[in-house]
Design a protein around this ligand. Structure first.
Ligand SMILES: C[S@@+](CC[C@H](N)C(=O)[O-])C[C@H]1O[C@@H](n2cnc3c(N)ncnc32)[C@H](O)[C@@H]1O
Length: 211
């Protein structure tokens, strides 16, 4: 089955995410700015589910080496357009389906995965992170204490019907329990309230708890 993310135009995704009562694009940009500053010893980062590169400017300012990974080649093409100056230097873009056993996360000191685990599943995500052995993992999941559908109401909502089959709420405790199995110790938790009563939860882990 073709992954439904491949059929969602970036323009629709970004328009939906930046609407005033969704406001997730701006919030995720701001969270990424904080994620990249959190671990001063890290020299490289892999951004999983990079989409059109929201927040990538913070990574490129901070790291010598930045990987952007996504299943949607058109999203990566937009990253190339937006960050052309960094291509072939600090920015490497990789098309990969991270739900597939054969896909590999490149070696990096920090892994950032914002609103991706919902689409690849906790077990697959943690297994891949453990193989990559990044020192730090910082991810954002959608808070699950809200009764609203995971796709916020908007004029673009119908474009997201396909991903409903893939999307699974991420249970924070289950994610942490699975990460701990691979020796990733929780080191930070932050919750961000969104205007439409949803929330984003940032969860950071460090291998063996090292800072
Ligand atoms: C909800 S968006 C989050 C985008 C971005 N992280 C942000 O903060 O705006 C999910 C992203 O993950 C990508 N994605 C979904 N499933 C994937 C998979 N199996 N492998 C790689 N990327 C995937 C989508 O194409 C999309 O760009």
């Amino acid at each position: 089955m073709k992954n439904p993310w491949i059929d969602i135009p970036l323009e629709i995704y970004e328009s939906h995410m930046s609407l005033s009562d969704v406001a997730q694009l701006q919030a995720l940009n701001d969270i990424m700015r904080k994620q990249v500053m959190a671990y001063p010893v890290a020299e490289s980062v892999a951004v999983l589910g990079v989409a059109g590169g929201n927040g990538l400017e913070h990574c490129l300012e901070r790291f010598k080496l930045v990987y952007g990974i996504d299943i949607n080649l058109a999203y990566l093409a937009m990253c190339t357009k937006r960050f052309r100056w960094a291509i072939g230097k600090s920015l490497r873009l990789i098309e990969a389906d991270l739900s597939k056993p054969e896909s590999v996360i490149p070696q990096a000191d920090l892994i950032i995965a914002n609103l991706l685990i919902e689409y690849v599943g906790i077990e697959t995500f943690c297994k891949k992170v453990a193989v990559a052995q990044a020192q730090y993992v910082s991810c954002v999941i959608q808070g699950t204490d809200c009764e609203q559908s995971f796709v916020s109401e908007s004029p673009y909502q119908s474009a997201f019907h396909g991903i409903g089959k893939l999307h699974q709420d991420v249970d924070e405790m289950k994610l942490t329990d699975e990460m701990v199995l691979y020796h990733y110790i929780p080191v930070y938790r932050g919750s961000y309230d969104m205007p439409n009563s949803k929330s984003l939860v940032r969860l950071d882990y460090s291998l063996d708890g090292r800072r």
